[in-house]
Design a protein around this ligand. Structure first.
Ligand code: UP6
Length: 258
């Protein structure tokens, strides 16, 4: 199948949230998601305000924030409106439907009230999706399935990954794509987002395995690259974000030539 531009994908995809994402990617010339893995809410907001113009998605781990308050998510939503990006809470839900439903809408974080996108492990079966979907009813929300992981020794492979694809196809109204390390379906309705991306290959001491933006997009078929420390653990995160955005966009343009 011929690769489509972000603009074409925005007009052919059926899910409104996926359309919105491709429109942002087209407008901002960015397939970069920032994984803003910081523990202080002011630091997160300041970073997102500076880097926002270069991002299509901001990915959070709200449960690592030490001074969380509901005001934080209100401010984050204000920044999403100001800079035009989607918010993805990387909660990786992985329990029975009833439990994930409460984890999604309840507790301190009330994730369903501010996150556009969440993700889930397919390990419990599709009850996990049904539970999340119930809490998201009537709103423009979506979920990614963790079909593969970037870490060494991941068990999410072969039949497990195939099961995740089937689950996504069975719940097209709510599942908008995958966290993955390779192209899983030739269908732009499922956005492929790849973490473990850095300009120089390698890993960390806890099993993370990095690939470059070019490899993620051109060899592995990612639509969106997810970058955390590659940007944050530098002296100039704004410059780094621009570098990743440009590398990611160049690889996308290259992919259109196929
Ligand atoms: N993440 C991975 N690999 C996966 C799924 N999720 O690294 O398979 C998440 C991590 C982290 C981010 O939880 O928030 O993506 C990667 O950060 P890094 O770029 O600093 O390694």
């Amino acid at each position: 199948k011929k690769p489509q531009t972000y603009k074409e994908r925005a007009s052919t995809c059926t899910n409104p949230l996926v359309q919105q994402l491709y429109k942002i990617m087209n407008l901002k010339k960015s397939n970069l998601a920032l994984s803003v893995d910081l523990q202080n809410s002011q630091q997160i907001l300041q970073t997102v305000d500076k880097l926002g113009p270069h991002l299509c998605i901001v990915k959070t781990h709200v449960d690592i924030i030490e001074d969380f308050s509901p005001q934080f998510t209100t401010s984050l939503r204000d920044l999403a409106a100001k800079h035009n990006f989607l918010i993805f809470e990387d909660r990786k839900f992985g329990d029975i439907g009833k439990t994930v439903k409460s984890q999604y809408e309840g507790g301190i974080y009330k994730i369903s009230s501010w996150a556009d996108i969440v993700n889930a492990h397919p390990v419990p079966g599709d009850g996990v999706i049904k539970g999340l979907k119930e809490a998201a009813t009537g709103t423009n929300k979506g979920c990614l399935l963790v079909a593969e992981m970037s870490s060494a020794g991941s068990l999410a492979k072969s039949d497990y990954t195939k099961g995740a694809i089937k689950m996504a196809e069975d719940h097209k109204d709510f599942v908008i794509g995958f966290i993955c390390q390779s192209r899983l379906i030739d269908d732009y309705n499922f956005v492929h987002m790849t973490p473990g991306v850095k300009l120089s290959e390698g890993g960390d001491s806890l099993g993370q395995q990095y690939k470059t933006p070019e490899e993620a997009i051109l060899k592995r078929g990612a639509d969106v690259i997810i970058v955390g420390s590659g940007i944050l653990a530098t002296d100039d995160p704004v410059q780094a974000a621009i570098q990743y955005k440009e590398a990611g966009y160049k690889a996308y343009e290259e992919s259109l030539k196929n």
